[in-house]
Design a protein around this ligand. Sequence first.
Ligand SMILES: N[C@@H](CCC(=O)N[C@@H](CS)C(=O)NCC(=O)O)C(=O)O
Length: 220
Amino acid sequence: MKLYFSPLACSLAARIALYEAGAEATYVEVDPKTKRTADGADFSAVHPLGLVPALEADGELLTENAAVLQFIAARFPAARLAPEDPAGRARLQQWLGFIGTELHKALFVPLLDPDAPAEVRAYALAKAASRLGWAEGQLGGREFLLGSFSVADAYLFAVLNWSAVTPVDLKAWPALAAYREGLTRRPSVARAFAEEFDLYRRHLARHGAALPAAVAEARA
Ligand SMILES: N[C@@H](CCC(=O)N[C@@H](CS)C(=O)NCC(=O)O)C(=O)O
């Protein structure tokens, strides 16, 4: 298997899932600015949309977080990364859909995009209270979104990390903040996050950018 990823992007979730599964995989870094892989190849030739994650498996390319994560879960059932019963499976889909649309795309992408107009950012930020408030309520004080760790937790962790570089302050949602903090102690998550944090730092240095102070603090 080959995972195309960018450091600390949503593709972090697939890396976490692969680590959970103990899967053999090759990790190919994609520069989100140049769309070049680490060896200089054009990632757009792999995935014309230039989006990560993209997972090469069995000679095929799979894209979209929800599909990639569920594929990894299905490929490595012993890791128990997805419920198997219909209700649990639907609940997993519910979370993957919510995280992908309401949080990832609707809330965080406009806040992370330096080219997004101020009005667009304000429009996105206005959704934070209801979307994160709903997730906070659903989570309560639980450690995981479902009964045990699943690929939805990996995806939500990847997305919540972005609060460090956006005006979304997780302190307003203490259950979500505690949930994220708790996941940082999980071995697969800690390993994936530490590795990608270093790669992110190197990516910034290559582009002559400094590590944002809030990110450095969050890591310290
Ligand atoms: N709908 C896609 C979205 C993936 C996505 O937005 N990936 C981001 C990283 S988190 C990306 O590759 N962005 C690069 C770009 O927009 O050019 C999915 O769920 O996989």
